[in-house]
Design a protein around this ligand. Structure first.
Ligand code: SAM
Length: 199
């Protein structure tokens, strides 16, 4: 069975509807134009886009100052000036939550600071390895078939290796020579340990 047919079977789709490599088949693409804002969700259309992608119990791991219009949400930010529910480093939070036995999240939002996004896109081990570690630790606190929504300059986020498939992409054009912002919503459909799809 080819990749596309396997994916279609996992998603319960007909092979014609499954996401493909060469077009936006099953991936819902939204395109917006907006002035950049260092607080991503202050861009009104982006806030709406992310709110529409939320499911169940949500973790906003790099929450910043913008409050999302959603009830079942836990916020974390290293800066306590934003009054998050938890003021911890992201990796410390994921380890803490796993230990706490408080149960998994159905959606996790990852909107790390500029320098980490830059590191994701470019070179340098420093902040990049930190974000890689955070992404790996998300698997300890995410429900099977849960969603991770990542913002940055690349559409490579959780990825196929960890068992994720991309469902939605938001491309936010800021104009001129400013990098676009890319939002990616991926669903965790395959257990990377067994290689089997989640029920
Ligand atoms: C791009 S902003 C997030 C903006 C937010 N999504 C919004 O629209 O308001 C990144 C946030 O990550 C926080 N941050 C930076 N380093 C962090 C870390 N190691 N762990 C958790 N939060 C961190 C910053 O304080 C900042 O609020």
């Amino acid at each position: 069975m080819g990749d596309e047919s396997r994916l279609a079977a996992i998603l319960g789709m007909s092979p014609e509807d499954a996401p493909r490599d060469d077009d936006s088949g099953g991936i819902k693409l939204s395109y917006y134009r907006s002035f950049p804002n260092k607080y991503t969700f202050r861009m009104r259309k982006v806030k709406k886009w992310v709110e529409n992608a939320l499911e169940g119990r949500v973790l906003n791991l790099y929450a910043g100052p913008t409050k999302l219009d959603y009830e079942n949400i836990v916020s974390n930010d290293i800066d306590e000036a934003f009054s998050p529910d938890y003021a911890m480093d992201a990796a410390v939070f994921t380890a803490f939550w796993k230990q706490s036995g408080s149960g998994p999240f159905d959606t996790v939002i990852l909107d790390p600071p500029y320098s980490e996004r830059k590191a994701m896109q470019k070179y340098g081990r420093g902040t990049r390895s930190t974000f890689q570690a955070v992404k790996a630790s998300i698997l300890d606190i995410l429900s099977p078939r849960g969603v991770v929504i990542t913002f940055g300059y690349t559409s490579v986020c959780m990825g196929k290796q960890k068992g994720f498939v991309t469902e939605r992409v938001a491309l936010i054009c800021h104009g001129g020579s400013i990098n676009d912002t890319i939002g990616v919503a991926e669903r965790w459909i395959v257990d990377p340990k067994s290689g089997e799809p989640f029920e």
